[in-house]
Design a protein around this ligand. Structure first.
Ligand code: ADP
Ligand code: ADP
Length: 226
């Protein structure tokens, strides 16, 4: 099956700036895929469209065969998104942040609490569950964002620069966590401007530059050309 299929995706912002031009992209189910490119290339714009926070200008986007235009709710249920910016309620408790998110997906409170416990434990945050989010370190907030993105058990996890500003030790433990998730069958797409991160994690990559895909290949093949 195909986790993600994008055809001729274009995005022009309100100020007339064209951030994406004719993007074609396929990510197979089970893949660990990197969207690599310099700052300003258009990576976050793609993620904004996938998470339905941004409108596309034209083109088609399908996630597990759910078309963004025809069934946005079904598409949203399939994906978990970890945005780049922290966007928590500063005064909400860690446990409640994850449970509240589960509520948005219609998950019953008891199951929401179970899932929240499961993911907070896996991400090493269970002992912080009573803290309000503004008391957490940057690395803890990053992990909380991942727990929150997983609470509805998405089939596709999308992370925007997941290890930006994260120290090397935590970076490695986050990499291991993501590799485990992927081994459990969750398809993963991340954006990064570190080739090393893509090299450690990903089987396939696309390189985006100035709103266009300039390379789309396996990590192995890319490394041979370097
Ligand atoms: P990346 O995530 O690869 O760093 P972005 O998708 O954030 O790139 O941005 C792609 C381009 O679109 C950049 O040139 C950026 O300045 C521009 N851009 C992003 N958001 C807006 C916006 N709201 N209005 C106009 N231009 C924007
Ligand atoms: P149930 O839905 O079975 O009644 P609870 O709501 O009692 O479950 O919560 C299950 C677990 O979540 C317990 O371990 C509890 O301590 C923890 N928990 C519940 N609410 C919070 C909260 N606001 N902050 C932190 N932990 C909580």
């Amino acid at each position: 099956a195909t986790a993600l299929s994008i055809r001729q995706l274009n995005k022009t912002y309100g100020n007339g700036f064209t951030a994406l031009q004719g993007i074609d992209l396929d990510v197979a189910e089970g893949d660990f895929f990197a969207l690599l490119g310099p700052n300003g290339a258009g990576k976050s714009t793609i993620i904004g469209i996938l998470s339905t926070l941004l409108n596309k200008s034209s083109g088609t986007v399908c996630v597990f065969n759910h078309d963004l235009d025809q069934s946005p709710a079904a598409l949203k249920r399939c994906i978990g998104v970890v945005p780049q910016e922290f966007n928590f309620n500063q005064f909400e408790k860690v446990f409640d942040i994850v449970c509240t998110q589960a509520g948005y997906y219609g998950i019953a409170p008891r199951l929401a609490a179970e899932r929240s416990e499961q993911y907070l434990t896996q991400l090493g945050l269970w002992d912080k569950r009573h803290r309000v989010s503004r008391e957490l370190s940057g690395g803890m907030k990053r992990r909380l964002m991942i727990a929150r993105a997983l609470v509805h058990n998405p089939r596709l996890l999308i992370l925007d620069e997941p290890t930006a500003g994260v120290d090397i030790e935590l970076r490695r433990s986050m990499w291991n966590f993501l590799l485990e998730l992927n081994q459990q069958g969750i398809s993963i797409i991340l954006t990064t401007h570190y080739l090393e991160e893509a090299e450690q994690l990903c089987r396939n990559i696309a390189i985006i530059d100035q709103g266009k895909i300039v390379e789309n290949t396996s990590m192995k093949a890319l490394l041979k050309t370097l």
